[in-house]
Ligand binder design. Structure first.
Ligand code: SAM
Length: 256
């Protein structure tokens, strides 16, 4: 897989792309990364990429010409990239979006700055992604977040092939639920003990406990996920019981 970014701060990417799992995956050749400097497609002495918005208003906008020239050039290098623009007006990013992007051969992220991008540049967008309902100063951090979420799904990127399939939101074995609670040594920490079943060595019982715990946590913290979750009829009935029991109970703020 090839991941590329187009931005005015290409130097922001290297530390993240060469560290930890991303760095290892890149060194293993599981993905190839390149950050392009949008200013390389300007033609004036000041390498101008922004201008004042028509109609007035505060701040500056990213001009359409450098973006269009850069994208024409990068597209021509082939194969045709899947072009993603980052904007708060986009579709909220999710694990499903990451799973979809991880199947692409070449993905090109366009990162905005200032007050955003001239609307005509979006003609190049295959999709617009938002990280959430808040405003960042630029799209570079969004590109790093999405790259991290995508790369860890590439087979071989994580040491343990299974470790991405039953995580929170995963449409794999996790069934779209939050992840179950996890514990490591010591088995007793200041009187707080680990559930007995996890010490039993009985894999079937451990799997059943985890599934049940994942369902309970999802009901408590993210009931909105239940509708799209892959549940058996028995689990759906249990979720409905748990939801009824929670009505009127004090709110649990969660946190896994
Ligand atoms: N004026 C824009 C608005 O109100 O929608 C915000 C522009 S923001 C300051 C500059 C750039 O940061 C955007 O063009 C986009 O690339 C990026 N950005 C900011 N918030 C984002 C978010 N929630 N998701 C994805 N990208 C975001």
């Amino acid at each position: 897989m090839r991941i590329e970014t187009l931005s005015v701060f290409p130097e922001m990417f290297e530390p993240v792309m060469s560290t930890s799992i991303l760095g290892r995956a890149r060194r293993m050749g599981l993905f190839d990364f390149h950050a392009y400097d949008l200013r390389d497609w300007t033609h004036d002495r000041h390498r101008t990429v922004d201008d004042a918005p028509f109609g007035g208003g505060q701040g500056m906008l990213m001009k359409v010409e450098p973006i269009a020239e850069a994208l024409d050039d990068l597209i021509a290098r082939g194969p045709r990239p899947h072009i993603v623009f980052f904007t708060p007006c986009g579709t909220p990013f999710s694990q499903k979006s990451a799973e979809r992007l991880a199947k692409r051969e070449r993905v090109l992220f366009v990162c905005g700055r200032y007050e955003g991008i001239d609307e005509r540049a979006y003609a190049y967008a295959d999709e617009r992604i938002s990280l959430g309902d808040y405003v960042l100063t630029g799209g570079e951090l969004a590109a790093m977040v999405v790259t991290d979420a995508v790369v860890r799904l590439i087979p071989g990127a994580l040491g343990d092939e299974m470790s991405s399939v039953d995580e929170s939101f995963s449409t794999g074995a996790g069934g779209g639920l939050l992840e179950y609670a996890q514990y490591t040594r010591p088995a007793d920490f200041r009187g707080e003990t680990v559930p007995e079943v996890l010490l039993s060595g009985d894999h079937a019982k451990v799997a059943a406990w985890r599934r049940s715990n994942a369902l309970e946590r999802t009901v408590a913290w993210r009931p909105d996920l239940l509708e799209g979750a892959d549940l058996t009829p028995e689990e759906r009935a249990r979720a409905a019981d748990l939801l009824r029991a929670r009505e009127g109970a004090p709110k649990d703020e969660g946190g896994c």
